[in-house]
Write a new protein. Structure first.
Ligand code: COA
Length: 172
């Protein structure tokens, strides 16, 4: 019922609302610009096809075929070992390449239904594939708040020592 694909101008960015204004605005105003400049890549969850969109609408959701149900963005980054969990920091030189999970958000009215898990699994899969071609020690995320950090920890992300909102998922 759901398809994951790269963000394009065809998707309805203005109709997306995850309840966190900076994330909405980033999707609406910045995501495509950054994509065009090669700064980050954004992937969106959309209804798999017209019948899927229709089924969502029948269930009471304001959904059309080009509606964005959730999104995440990936970019390359360098992080200092001070921003890694202590156990990981010992293994690496002072500064290492990582894949930054810049943003992850689900439509407010569809949260708690497993979409976040699906998008996170897709992000890990893409980061792992990319790391085969371009070195990346793991996925790194700056969580927005403690609740978001708990979500990532639920899936094996490890907090940096003394910095619970900086989380790392080793790919090696
Ligand atoms: C955080 C967010 C992406 C989670 O997505 P979601 O679709 O609501 O989460 P899911 O339904 O996929 O939940 C998957 C699992 O994570 C758990 N989970 C979800 N939110 C959690 C939280 N705040 N703390 C701990 N666990 C959490 C669920 O209980 C579920 O566990 P289970 O698989 O064992 O049942 C979503 O709530 C969201 O978009 N929030 C607003 C934007 C935001 O804060 N983004 C993070 C930016 S850093």
């Amino acid at each position: 019922m759901i398809r994951l694909e790269a963000l394009t101008g065809h998707h309805d960015r203005n109709g997306f609302d995850c309840g966190v204004l900076p994330l909405n605005l980033w999707l609406q105003q910045t995501a495509l610009q950054h994509q065009g400049k090669g700064i980050s890549r954004t992937f969106v969850a959309v209804p798999a096809d017209e019948p899927a969109a229709h089924a969502w609408a029948q269930s009471g959701y304001d959904v059309e075929a080009n509606s964005i149900l959730g999104f995440y963005a990936l970019a390359s980054a360098f992080v200092l070992c001070d921003d890694l969990p202590a156990k990981q920091a010992k293994r690496f030189p002072r500064q290492i390449p990582v894949t930054r999970l810049g943003r992850l958000a689900i439509r407010a009215d569809m949260q708690g239904q497993g979409l976040g898990r699906l998008l996170l699994a897709d992000a890990v899969h893409r980061a792992r594939s990319a790391a085969q071609a371009v070195g990346s020690a793991g996925l790194f995320v700056d969580a927005k708040n403690a609740a978001a950090a708990r979500f990532y920890q639920h899936y094996g992300f490890l907090p940096a020592s003394g910095q619970p909102l900086k989380l790392f998922f080793p790919l090696g």
